[in-house]
Design a protein around this ligand. Structure first.
Ligand SMILES: C[S@@+](CC[C@H](N)C(=O)[O-])C[C@H]1O[C@@H](n2cnc3c(N)ncnc32)[C@H](O)[C@@H]1O
Length: 252
């Protein structure tokens, strides 16, 4: 199976299955289930409070998935998120679950004029591409000179391990260099595992959607592929070989 098909299973088919489960279980399940990668409120709050004092205006979300983080931002701030996501089912889910503007598009070729946004974020995405420099240059281009960028990046802390398909974890040095080359300066950063875990309610809602998806699709080979991928990443996180890093950057 090619990486494209595996990406389709993980971020397209799984998004469609999750959307269906949320429709069955109720709208309170939507945001926890649709934060795939960015995980928990503490990380989203950490970025949102560093975008500026009471940020308002449009927030570009690149690789927005099903739109959980964008919906969280819309609910908790005056920001108006705009989602870009290559997987049709995920973009359609963000539009139907949360009423978010969601374009099918690619982080390497953002469909916006230069200087269109004051704020952008990209969560759990840079670590899935080898085109990090191109993505960051695109983010720099569509942000205004004083715009702010939030990132969640899964980073490699040691260099000798098998990287699960579809991932390209940067080291801290590499990411700092890439940000600088694209014209960004890191203003603040934290390891995501140093922040609070999701509370019991969030966790329960997320788990209920997982169970519903498993009950409906557990026998599907695509389900097994995605779960294996999640297990591999989980083991790398557990062992500390990779860690989530949250960053807020501004113009250099
Ligand atoms: C780990 S998920 C994170 C989703 C979302 N940001 C979140 O935190 O819930 C990575 C996302 O990056 C998207 N992605 C993959 N290739 C991309 C590309 N070329 N441009 C933009 N996004 C991409 C995937 O489809 C997927 O939705």
């Amino acid at each position: 199976m090619g990486v494209d098909e595996q990406m389709q299973d993980e971020f397209g088919t799984m998004a469609a299955w999750t959307r269906q489960a949320v429709s069955d279980l109720g709208p309170d399940h939507a945001i926890p289930a649709a934060c795939r990668g960015s995980g928990r409120p503490s990380g989203l709050d950490w970025i949102l409070t560093r975008l500026g004092p009471q940020p308002a205006g449009r927030l570009l979300d690149v690789g927005a998935g099903l739109g959980g983080p964008a919906a969280y931002a819309k609910m908790h701030t005056a920001l108006r998120p705009v989602c870009v996501e290559p997987m049709r089912q995920a973009a359609a889910g963000a539009a139907s679950l949360f009423g978010l503007p969601a374009l099918v598009g690619d982080g390497a070729r953002l469909p916006f004029a230069s200087g269109s946004f004051r704020f952008a974020w990209s969560l759990g995405t840079l670590c899935t591409t080898d085109q990090k420099g191109v993505w960051l240059a695109e983010l720099r281009r569509v942000l205004r000179p004083k715009g702010r960028l939030g990132l969640l990046v899964v980073m490699a802390t040691s260099d000798s391990f098998d990287v699960p398909w579809g991932n390209a974890f940067p080291s801290e040095e590499e990411l700092t260099w890439l940000l600088g080359a694209a014209g960004f300066m890191v203003l603040d950063a934290v390891w995501s595992d140093d922040l609070a875990p999701a509370d019991a309610t969030w966790q329960r809602l997320e788990d209920e959607v997982e169970v519903a998806v498993r009950d409906a699709h557990g026998a599907d080979a695509r389900y097994a592929t995605v779960k294996e991928q999640e297990r591999n990443l989980g083991e790398l996180l557990e062992s500390g070989r990779v860690r989530g890093r949250l960053l807020v950057a501004g113009g250099a």
